[in-house]
Design a protein around this ligand. Sequence first.
Ligand SMILES: C[S@@+](CC[C@H](N)C(=O)[O-])C[C@H]1O[C@@H](n2cnc3c(N)ncnc32)[C@H](O)[C@@H]1O
Length: 235
Amino acid sequence: MFQTKGPTLWELAQQALSSTEKGYDLLAPKFEHTPFRTPDDLLLQLQPHLGHPKRALDVCCGTGAGVRMLKPISEEVVGIDLSAGMLAEGEALCAESPGGAAVSFQKGDALDMPFDQEFDLAVSFGANGHILPKDEPAFFGSIFRALKPGGKLVLLTGRNPGPLHPFWWAAKGFNAAMHARNALVDPPFVMFYLTMTWPELGASLEREGFTVEAKSGVFSGMYRGALMVVATRPA
Ligand SMILES: C[S@@+](CC[C@H](N)C(=O)[O-])C[C@H]1O[C@@H](n2cnc3c(N)ncnc32)[C@H](O)[C@@H]1O
């Protein structure tokens, strides 16, 4: 699962004992070689479904996998993330990536972004597990405000596999360990599995004012079970 250039178990443990922000600062130089980075194969399957946005926003952009996918199809792309380390890696990688869009990276909290009706498209990949259920209204509200009327938020998710699937038990075990870690160590590291699954994700988005649609059949191969969720800020 981890490549040889990826982090050691010791480095992952140090990351998990830091805050979310500092943990990603530590992981940043090796993040591209971890399974936490959204794969290009998946992003390239999504790209034809995103049209040609004038201004696009990648929320929790990390090292910019989504920014690089958006660069050839947009006029301008902004990536925002908590971790300065991840942003620095993203800037270096995006400087060399193909596409004509103007790209910029900004440090900020996805729960309280400083944007007001500025973007035609927002995406967020690999970050669902970093948003606590209690923070979903702030997260989706912040993205709603960032979008122009008629603008779209695109997210990826799947259905909860339920307790008959071994992954469900692995995820519950991981989440229990994370809750215990956060009860004992401050500041918390926020990362949980099986969050924002469908259809609960749709209901959370609708509560913030979005019109929501989930599209299946967009992805093939190992991603064929993934859903493309399109949440539109009404015009
Ligand atoms: C698993 S990485 C995904 C990075 C990238 N989007 C990708 O798909 O490869 C999650 C990212 O979310 C960022 N993050 C977590 N919570 C955040 C928050 N509240 N605001 C902004 N960024 C956040 C982390 O710093 C990290 O870079």
